[in-house]
Ligand binder design. Sequence first.
Ligand code: SF4
Ligand code: SF4
Length: 432
Amino acid sequence: MMKQIIFILVVLIAAGVFAYSIRNIFLNIAFLKKPYPVKDFGKRFKMLFNIGFAQSKILRFPLIGFLHALVFWGFLAILFGSGEMLIDGLFGIEGSLHFLGPIRTLFIATGDIFAFIILVLIIVFLFRRFFLNIKRFQGVEMTHKAHKDASFALFLILMLMVSLLSLNIGFIKSGNYTEEILPISTILAQFLPSISDAHLLIEVSWWTHIVLIFFFANYLPYSKHFHVFMSLPNVFLSKLIPLTQMYNMERVTEEVKLMMDPNAAFAEAPAEEEIERFGMKDVEDGTWKNYTDSLTCTQCGRCTSVCPANQTGKLLSPRKLLIDYRARMNEKSPHLRKDVHFDDQKSLVDNYISREEIWACTTCNACAQECPVNIDHPAIILELRRYLFMEESAAPSALNTMSTNIENNGAPWQYPPTDRLKWADDLFINEA
Ligand code: SF4
Ligand code: SF4
């Protein structure tokens, strides 16, 4: 009974802190009013299955991709046992999902195998991070803090797997756990000396494991490992139109249509709306999808490793854009939610992302194509450019010249429309 009361208190504290963190994220999402189209649910579920559950993108890297996919699938299998532990703790019972029979046995056995696989893989990942000079893990955005966060989260996962395996070993050593199949723990238990108090091992491991789960869940919203929660929803909400297609601004489209259709000029004038920002100067000008993209970034660096601008020595790193977006959102959103006109004399453009970075992009979309969680980096870059171009006229001079020509001549070149066919003058045959 005492155990049950303590457990309920621990759950309440963990759930309260978690709800507070998630509430802030939802408030930020609700604050970002710019529309992002979400339809075609059939296509979205297909993408969720292929890229989310089947990990099709990550599996394009045969070895390391497969290892990462194993960790993901392993987590899904282990979740079952964690869910049962939670129910057991809340109701003061043991094996609450027993009624599922062989399904439960299968999940428990799979979880035991995956716990060992994940344990080994996390050691490999930590070794790679600390001792191998992997270029993908480097870059200006990969600060000491970012590396510490990644290592700490990996260490937490390691401890989760150790505690789960020691719990299973405790069950086997106690000698009265005959119903479930625990393949790996049974082997490991044979190599370990006999334990005088297996029940103590079970209790310590059980509490360690469950408290670590709660701690991990509450650490994630402040970590790059938040993708544990975000990657599946973000894949589901991915851009469905071709990657290279820009989202048009409705008002600008309307203006262009009016210009091209003289009769429309006499039609009823559209109602005056509040002037919206052209493009994005700061985070509040983005869509909620830009924000969830930034929360989903795993900082794996696959985008930066294929970015032609980055690879040719330019300042641009698509991973940095996402890290900057999240950092700026964290900095500004608490103030914005209290006062929509809050201004700290800073902005995403210039204070976080330089103009040099913004204009270095070739819009090739390789970053978005490679990202294992379908993040759309060019969507941010193009909006930042739209702001610079349309509000500040601060584009590179060649682009400014081109737009002036389009405005004056209806073409990117410096010739009036009447001269357009001059190039063909010499080609006409003199029939006289
Ligand atoms: S944006 Fe995607 S590819 Fe780039 S670091 Fe983040 S998760 Fe990796
Ligand atoms: S779209 Fe831009 S940021 Fe992305 S890979 Fe291409 S050049 Fe780099």
